[in-house]
Design a protein. Structure first.
Length: 574
């Protein structure tokens, strides 16, 4: 009995210890399960919230990752992705007269001293204007586009009123290149003049329309055209120049230049004065460049069936009180190829007269001459066009480019239709993807276009366009020199010189227009002012520069076949 009691009293504490351990373990397990359950519930809630935001109720676009990464204004690029306009963060110099609390004095130092210190950082800053603004206590910008290193220098001046807020700026990395195509963005954040204006809505909403907008132009071609136009303009002291390179099959503008130009990074008074676009907005009488178009219309309408037919060319044409002359007597008679080679007004007027003004007017309307030019740029000039029924004299003078004023872009689109098989298409500044070019409208038969390609090539090989003949590129084209109208009639000392060209003429791909406004007779042009001496050489230099860039390599072993036309040139070919 004693042994049993002793044994029971000895085991009781051990049993209690085991029970305690079990309770502790169970409690720990319950706590662990509880904590785990809480985490599972939190994870489930987070997943449900993500599902709600992503599927049922998407987050506002302003808080999306895309909107945070995209610039506030879309980028403009050329057809190859080269940036032409982009937004980037920059500093501005702002004068805040209320920044320094105290006796109401906005500056610690004298305004003239502060202005002088600012001019030391920004040498082009107007010292007097800056001093006046600082002294007046009028808040406002002192300068836009401040570089970070210059911002640090401004801080060292030690004036709290000189603030440097960070803003988004519009930058044009190619400088003045293609300025009339691009336009600029003003301090109001709105696009002005060029594609910045036309695509304002799309560019200001890149989250919807994309981060970049490719244009049709090629910066390499644009640079070559601007360079040669500038060189040609300076050589003959012209007041301006214009040029365009156009794809004849798509209507894409590969280059468009108006000189003098401006820098969209720096819009000042001089830049404002040069913003007028001579290619799309200025209308001119483009003279003899119209003659091939008139001949094409006559051939297409069946009014010229024999290119060898001769027309009198040594007597002026007298129509009512008007008289049509040539600049000099070319010969007693000329056929169609000879009239184009020597640029005869008299013969072209006779061809147009045989066709009739109604027929010529219809072709000119089909070529777009009665309307503003088709292109996305906002500045597009109205042609000087005679509505209603044309009298006989109007048809005759229009045939050689007088009595009608159009833009160089009008002329480029018309030449494209003449050489591409007869299809007119609107010009475009937007890159056209392969296979998506507009169908356009047929103006000339394909056979008419083929014949005109021969005749344009003959003008360059044997006629007034010889200085445009780039070896191996098979250039064809026509010169045009027209007197500018003024008070009391035409001004004989003021010309518009134009050369309208295409290449290669055995398979035309591009039209090139070069125009000079009021060229002078200088040593560089042998003291001549006509297009054969100034505009045609520009094309002769541009084509070899841009041809290889556009996939047209020089080849002296091939050319368009002129064998059936050569015998028609009086006295053979030179």
């Amino acid at each position: 009995m004693t042994a049993f009691v002793h044994s029971g009293s000895f085991a009781s504490p051990r049993v209690r210890l085991v029970d305690d351990r079990r309770r502790f373990l169970l409690t720990a397990q319950m706590r662990a399960l509880l904590v785990g359950g809480v985490f599972v519930l939190l994870a489930l809630a987070a997943l449900l919230r993500l599902a709600w935001l992503g599927v049922v109720q998407p987050a506002p676009a302003t808080y999306s990752l895309q909107s945070q990464l995209l610039p506030p204004r879309g980028e403009i690029t050329d057809r190859n992705g080269v940036p032409l306009a982009r937004a980037f963060p920059a500093y501005a110099l702002w004068f805040n007269p209320d920044a320094l609390e105290g006796d109401g004095t906005p500056l610690v130092k004298d305004p003239a001293q502060v202005a002088a210190e600012l001019q030391a950082i920004f040498p082009d800053m107007n010292l007097e204007a800056t001093t006046r603004q600082l002294a007046s206590g009028k808040r406002g910008y002192l300068r836009r586009r401040v570089l970070p290193e210059d911002a640090n220098k401004v801080y060292t001046i030690g004036e709290l009123a000189l603030e440097l807020p960070q803003e988004t700026d519009r930058h044009y990395p190619q400088g003045p290149l293609a300025a009339h195509v691009l336009g600029y963005v003003g301090s109001d954040g709105q696009g002005h003049v060029g594609m910045e204006s036309y695509f304002q809505d799309q560019l200001s909403n890149p989250a919807v329309h994309g981060a970049s907008m490719p244009l049709s132009i090629d910066t390499r071609v644009q640079g070559a055209l601007e360079d040669e136009l500038h060189r040609g303009m300076l050589a003959v002291d012209a007041v301006g120049a214009a040029g365009i390179v156009l794809d004849v099959d798509t209507g894409e503008v590969l280059a468009l230049a108006s000189l003098p130009s401006f820098d969209p990074n720096r819009i000042d008074a001089a830049g404002q004065a040069n913003m007028f676009n001579r290619v799309t907005n200025q209308v001119y009488e483009l003279g003899s460049t119209f003659k091939p178009l008139s001949v094409a219309a006559a051939i297409d309408a069946g009014k010229v069936t024999n290119l060898g037919k001769r027309y009198q060319a040594n007597r002026p044409l007298k129509i009512g009180g008007h008289q049509i002359n040539d600049s000099h007597v070319i010969g007693a008679s000329l056929n169609v190829p000879e009239s184009l080679i020597h640029s005869s007004n008299i013969v072209t007027a006779q061809i147009a007269d045989a066709m009739g003004p109604d027929v010529l007017k219809r072709y000119m309307e089909e070529l777009g001459f009665a309307e503003r030019p088709y292109i996305e740029l906002p500045a597009r000039g109205f042609p000087l066009w005679r509505d209603g029924k044309w009298p006989r004299i109007t048809g005759m003078t229009v045939s050689y480019g007088h009595g009608i004023a159009v833009t160089p872009l009008h002329l480029a689109s018309a030449y494209a239709a003449m050489v591409n098989g007869g299809i007119w298409r609107p010009a475009t500044m937007v890159k056209v993807e392969p296979g998506t070019a507009p169908r356009g409208r047929r103006v000339f038969k394909a056979s008419t276009s083929a014949r005109m390609n021969q005749l344009l090539r003959m003008i360059v090989v044997y006629g007034t366009g010889r200085s445009a003949d780039a070896d191996g590129y098979r250039v064809g084209g026509k010169t045009g020199s027209a007197e500018k109208p003024g008070r009391g009639g035409y001004r004989k000392t003021s010309l518009v010189s134009t050369f309208a060209a295409a290449f290669p003429m055995d398979r035309p791909r591009y039209v090139v227009i070069a125009m000079l406004d009021e060229p002078k007779g200088t040593a560089a042009s042998s003291y001549q002012r006509t297009a054969s001496w100034n505009a045609a050489p520009i094309v002769g230099r541009v084509v070899p520069r841009i041809g290889p860039l556009l996939g047209v390599m020089p080849d002296t072993s091939r050319d368009i076949d002129l064998s059936d036309l050569k015998p028609l040139v009086h006295g053979g070919v030179e």
